[in-house]
Design a protein around this ligand. Sequence first.
Ligand SMILES: NC(=O)c1ccc[n+]([C@@H]2O[C@H](COP(=O)([O-])OP(=O)(O)OC[C@H]3O[C@@H](n4cnc5c(N)ncnc54)[C@H](OP(=O)(O)O)[C@@H]3O)[C@@H](O)[C@H]2O)c1
Length: 429
Amino acid sequence: MKPLKVALLGCGVVGSQVIRLMHEQAGDLAARIGAPLELAGVAVRRLGRKRDIDVDPALLTTDAEALVARDDVDIVIEVIGGIEPARTLIVSALSRGKSVVTANKALLAEYGATLYEAARTGNGDLYSEASVAGAIPLLRPLRESLAGDHVKRVLGIVNGTTNYILDKMDTTGASFTDALEEAQTLGYAEADPTADVEGFDAAAKAAILAGLAFHSRVTAADVHREGITEITATDVASAKAMGCVVKLLAICARSDDGRSFGVRVHPAMIPRTHPLAGVREAYNAVFVEAESAGQLMFYGKGAGGAPTASAVLGDLVAVARNRLAGTRGPDESTYADLAVHPMGETVTRCHVALDVADKPGVLARVAELFAKHDVSIQTVRQEGHGDDAQLVIVTHRATDAALAATMEGLRELDIVRAVASVMRVEGDD
Ligand SMILES: NC(=O)c1ccc[n+]([C@@H]2O[C@H](COP(=O)([O-])OP(=O)(O)OC[C@H]3O[C@@H](n4cnc5c(N)ncnc54)[C@H](OP(=O)(O)O)[C@@H]3O)[C@@H](O)[C@H]2O)c1
């Protein structure tokens, strides 16, 4: 069989592992596809850079656009990252009728519509399994295996760096700063950790997951985002006392009437009995609730060269098979076109710890404030006495707007010395 020619854009952490796997598994890949794969070229930024693997120098080029434009290239793998030049290169490849495999969540969450349009026009495939949760098969199960079901909610730990930090805070009592420093030393966090700890990386993934789950177009701008930089050892201890653990969650949930959905990324307490609570260190997991399938959990390595390359290779085999069969895989599905509702309309529960004066009438005034905002209290517990008295309250489900107004009111009450900890509670309904 004539080989299918593959252009690789990027030869860093992921790209070098893609080359290794293409080489080591050449025979198996050819058998599975029905034709051999041949690396046509590898675009990089710096030709002379020392690489993790040996690459034939004749394959390396800094002219990615020329590589993509070559008539003999069938499939383009983009593992450069970021918006430009990745966007221009992918559109160029797709509009020339080539198929594209990418691991680029930031690009898909921002320009997904443009890219899928280019794939339709060029009659090629655009596959992106590696863009969310690295090695974990997740996008194809959502798009294909669950195509006959009705997804109600997706709850995910999709950022390994923040999960590592929160796990350290939970198991050792460390502060955020100390846990971040340890993550940086061990290579789990970048020198500039902003994209991870402020939730930008998870928000891009949440947008991709919500779009797939609810057959609607979602961009990163639709995602309500809060990071973990404000999480204190007190928050983590408070969660522990309640039998919970703090996780940074990406949550995509349909409204009760099914007409809209919310997409958000924020830290939340989840019960230690929830399957996501057992996701330790830098692992990822995504918990899907579908009408007929019920609860499903996808777990594994969300990053790393080889795990991510495994997902890229899976896509490579799929798009190669499609090309040989003269067909395309499933297109993006946005027919439902549901609206994304604002965060204020999202319904959630809340845990709040208040430092209060230990005197008669305090509880009544606090309860009155919750009632004023139509937030009902599920449990209340007092800890300590005198100057150390703390009220720990967990609410029933209420809109985020009502909960925010209640917290604002609490901060203004003269009997409340400090609002020591506020956090949403998820995963127990
Ligand atoms: N790393 C992970 O664990 C992981 C997990 C999931 C998804 N991803 C995604 O995979 C993609 C790649 O990540 P990575 O970690 O492999 O990145 P990386 O290690 O920084 O590698 C990026 C590669 O792109 C090349 N490059 C940069 N600008 C270029 C340009 N203008 N033209 C041609 N080549 C260019 C670089 O060339 P030089 O080598 O010459 O500098 C390098 O080889 C990103 O979209 C990322 O979000 C990564």
